[in-house]
Design a protein around this ligand. Structure first.
Ligand code: AMP
Length: 401
């Protein structure tokens, strides 16, 4: 194996997603997940080609123990000698990072400071960085930020109409997330459209458990739906997306909910799950909707209506639109949601091609519209690839210096 592989780590509060990616061939040599970390029954599962394996970890094993288990797997497979870097997904880089960086003590300190803005994510990302530094002291560690791609937003898009001092003194503004995914699919869309991304005006919809949408003008993000936190914008699996901010006070003062309870309602029991009272999973809701479950139908309708409204509003900063991109678990697979969205955009003279819509699922890309000036492209995302590629590029440019 050539020395061109990057270990990609995506650390959550109780999970560690990983992949070893060969940046020359683009192949994923190993991928997997350690989950339930810190709980009674943590486990690690991984896949090499089609071979899947699973192992229990000791009770309450934490991130560094999961990483030790991962190092053993990597060594047993002989992948360790081909690694050139470790790439970390870091959720919040604030205004400090407009692109990926090689991690040093100063970078770690900034990520630590940004924990105030992402208290669930940045501390977990730091645990992953510390564990990876201990496991691979000889390898460069690279941070790839979810927020970096959206640092090109102009002030009129990122500022809330709040007292300016909240932005100046406390960084209260829109940051946006899923940046690596929006960046990746925008570049793939440019290839499909046959012109440089710098000449493309796109609206990219990342629809997974978390959902966000971005307006991309001449290859740069100029607006996006997630905000200071990943709660703003589209309806999501369990998150409300946009609501009247006055609801917070109403729930607190009139209904007696404590702030942390309201936070939990908005993040964990709203969205598709909250409306349907069935599930946060789009597949389950589509099945229920087919059985004429009205609440499932309503949840999906609200979900799609919000997406269509955002798409229409993002034509404002773009002026001209080349393509709408659907990605993420729902965007890549749900012909049902895509149809609901496109049908509400008739004002743009978009006409769905039902056959193409059904064909573009389960990893298949494609334009799902009958021939029109604007395309609607389904493009599977690959955030791991962006992280691996950035890590490899930074590592080689460091060696050249
Ligand atoms: P992600 O967070 O990108 O993994 O996406 C998770 C979401 O994708 C869940 O809501 C799944 O129900 C949804 N999803 C995955 N496969 C399908 C499918 N075949 N049809 C509809 N939704 C799907």
């Amino acid at each position: 194996m050539t020395s061109s592989c990057v270990l990609v780590l995506n650390c959550g509060s109780s999970s560690l997603k990983f992949a070893v990616i060969d940046t020359q061939s683009g192949n994923t040599s190993l991928s997997g997940l350690a989950e339930k970390l810190g709980e009674q029954d943590p486990q690690i599962s991984w896949k090499v080609q089609q071979d899947k394996q699973k192992k229990q970890l000791p009770a309450h094993a934490a991130h560094h123990e999961a990483l030790e288990a991962l190092v053993n797997i990597i060594k047993q497979m002989g992948f360790d000698t081909s690694l050139i870097a470790v790439g970390h997904r870091v959720v919040h880089g604030g205004e400090n990072f407009t692109q990926s960086v090689i991690i040093n003590e100063q970078v770690k300190e900034t990520i630590r400071k940004k924990s105030q803005l992402a208290p669930l994510h940045n501390p977990a990302n730091l645990l992953g960085i510390d564990a990876a530094e201990a496991a691979f002291p000889e390898l460069p560690q690279v941070a790839v930020f979810d927020t970096a791609f959206h640092q090109s937003l102009p002030q009129k898009a990122f500022l809330y109409a709040l007292p300016y001092s909240l932005y100046q003194n406390h960084g209260v503004r829109k940051y946006g997330f899923h940046g690596t995914s929006h960046y990746f699919v925008a570049n793939e869309a440019a290839k499909a459209l046959g012109k440089p991304v710098e000449q493309c005006n796109l609206i990219t919809a990342h629809l997974g458990n978390g959902c966000s949408i971005a307006a991309i003008k001449n290859g740069e993000s100029v607006d996006t739906s997630m905000g200071l936190t990943p709660l703003e914008g589209l309806v999501m699996g369990t998150r409300s997306g946009d609501i009247d901010p006055g609801i917070f006070n109403f729930l607190n003062e009139q209904l007696g909910y404590a702030p942390e309870e309201i936070n939990a309602i908005l993040n964990k029991s709203s969205g598709l799950k909250g409306i349907s009272e069935i599930s946060n999973d789009c597949r389950n809701l589509e099945e229920a909707a087919e059985q004429v479950n009205e609440r499932a139908q309503l949840a999906l309708e609200i979900f799609a209506y919000r997406i269509a409204k955002y798409i229409a509003s993002y034509t404002v900063p773009l002026g001209r639109l080349d393509a709408i991109i659907f990605t993420g678990g729902i965007g890549e697979n749900s012909s049902y949601i895509r149809e609901l969205v496109i049908r509400q955009l008739a004002i743009f003279q978009l006409e769905l091609d039902e056959e193409r819509n059904l064909a573009a699922r389960f990893g298949q890309s494609g334009n799902i519209l009958k021939d029109s000036a604007i395309q609607a492209l389904v493009i599977p995302t690959n955030e791991e690839w962006v992280i691996a590629n950035d890590a490899a590029m930074l590592t080689s440019s460091q060696e050249e210096q």
